[in-house]
Structures are given as structure tokens and as C-alpha cells.
Design a binder for this molecule. Structure first.
Ligand SMILES: CC(C)(COP(=O)(O)OP(=O)(O)OC[C@H]1O[C@@H](n2cnc3c(N)ncnc32)[C@H](O)[C@@H]1OP(=O)(O)O)[C@@H](O)C(=O)NCCC(=O)NCCS
Length: 187
């Protein structure tokens, strides 16, 4: 996918996820979450291009942090159509991975619990929403479609489509399908 198309999709994701967004121009000018992901896309490309660009990539990431209050390590892998609403206080660590169509609110940390230089940050699947102030700590896996409640502290894997709330976060499994109502079962 082309770089420009990725940036356009991030803009469209902001429009989709924020009912207060009234125009593309307003989002481009006034949404720090969009500025942060755009600057991260550039920093990540620099990080992957050559070792000599890694320091400039870190500096760009720090400039983005100063401007938006959102700190994303340039090595973090973030999928398409990503949106951070409000921004301020978000931290996304070096080995974090985020799938497609994910959304974070302000104050979210995708953080590590280990000081060793290995995979130590979470992996988020696709279509995940992480509520304001939530912390997801360690090399956990958050399943597709999961929702993380505001201010949750997640220290265990979260299954697909589950909702995790509280400290430490407890997974509320999705309701079981009402298969007993399926007439095919009563032949
Ligand atoms: C987790 C969340 C997605 C669940 O939404 P929901 O499916 O509509 O769930 P409900 O509000 O019906 O609550 C279901 C249960 O979870 C509890 N719950 C919901 N959110 C919670 C939270 N953040 N922390 C702790 N418990 C929570 C409710 O008290 C309720 O408990 P009960 O079943 O014992 O009564 C939502 O509450 C949330 O936190 N969204 C984040 C939104 C956000 O950060 N907005 C910021 C805008 S600036």
C-alpha cells in the first residue's frame, strides 16, 4: 500500500471514529492523534530504511511527543486506519504491534514489564478499542474485536471480541450464541 494512501486512510479513520469531526480540514489542523500517527508513519519508515536514520527517527518521535503529548517509538508496528482520540499521555513502546482498524483514547499505555531487550510490549489484533487511561502491560495478545475499558490494567491475554475491565482487568467473554434456539438442532 502506498505511503500516501496509508495517510489518507488514517484521516478517514479519524472521521469515522469521532462524531465531533466535521471536516477533513478540521481533522488535519486540529487532531493531535492524527498528527502523531502521521509523524510515526514517517519515523517508522526512516527506522526501517537504514541504521543511520534511526537517531533522526527517534528525534522525530520526540518532536511528535512534544507537539502532541503522544509518544510512539519509531520501531512500533502500527497497522492501517489507526486513530488516537484526544491524544495526550499515550505511550506505545518499541516492540508493540497494533493491527488494522484500532483506536486508542488518551492516557493509554502499551508498555513493557521487562528490562531485557526482547519482545516486551503488547500485540493488538484488529478492530480493537482501548479506553481512556487503560494500561496494557507486557508481551500480551489482545484478540480481534476486543474492547479494553477505561482505566483497566491488562496483565493477561484478552480473547477475541471480549471486553476487559478493571484492575487487574477481568475478561468478560462475549455472550454465548443462543445455539439452543437454532431449529436445526431439533430435527
Ligand atoms: C468497557 C466498555 C467498552 C464497556 O461498554 P459496554 O459494553 O457498553 O458495557 P456496560 O457499560 O454495559 O458495562 C458492562 C459492565 O462492565 C462494567 N464496566 C464498564 N466499563 C467499565 C470500566 N471502564 N471499568 C470497570 N468496569 C466497567 C459496568 O459497570 C458493567 O458491570 P456490571 O455488568 O457488573 O453491571 C466501556 O465501558 C468503556 O470503558 N469504554 C471506553 C470509553 C472511553 O474511554 N471513552 C473516553 C471518551 S473521551
Amino acid at each position: 500500500m502506498s505511503f500516501v494512501r496509508t495517510l489518507r486512510e488514517d484521516l478517514a479513520a479519524a472521521r469515522t471514529h469521532d462524531p465531533a469531526a466535521r471536516s477533513n480540514l478540521e481533522v488535519v489542523l486540529a487532531y493531535p492523534g492524527l498528527h502523531a500517527i502521521w509523524l510515526h508513519r514517517l519515523a517508522h519508515a526512516m527506522w526501517n530504511r537504514s541504521h543511520t536514520l534511526r537517531l533522526p527517527a527517534r528525534l522525530l518521535s520526540q518532536l511528535s511527543r512534544a507537539l502532541t503529548g503522544i509518544e510512539i517509538h519509531p520501531a512500533a508496528k502500527i497497522g492501517p486506519r489507526f486513530f488516537i482520540d484526544h491524544g495526550m499521555g499515550v505511550v506505545i513502546g518499541e516492540t508493540a504491534e497494533v493491527g488494522a482498524d484500532c483506536m486508542l483514547y488518551h492516557g493509554v499505555t502499551l508498555g513493557g514489564t521487562s528490562l531485557s531487550a526482547t519482545k516486551r510490549h503488547p500485540t493488538l489484533g484488529n478492530g480493537i478499542t482501548v479506553g481512556a487511561g487503560a494500561k496494557i502491560l507486557g508481551p500480551l495478545h489482545i484478540g480481534d474485536g476486543a474492547r479494553i475499558g477505561a482505566n483497566a490494567v491488562v496483565v493477561r491475554d484478552v480473547p477475541d471480541n471480549a471486553t476487559a475491565v478493571g484492575v487487574p482487568a477481568i475478561n468478560r467473554e462475549p455472550a454465548a450464541p443462543e445455539s439452543w434456539m437454532d431449529p436445526a438442532m431439533y430435527i
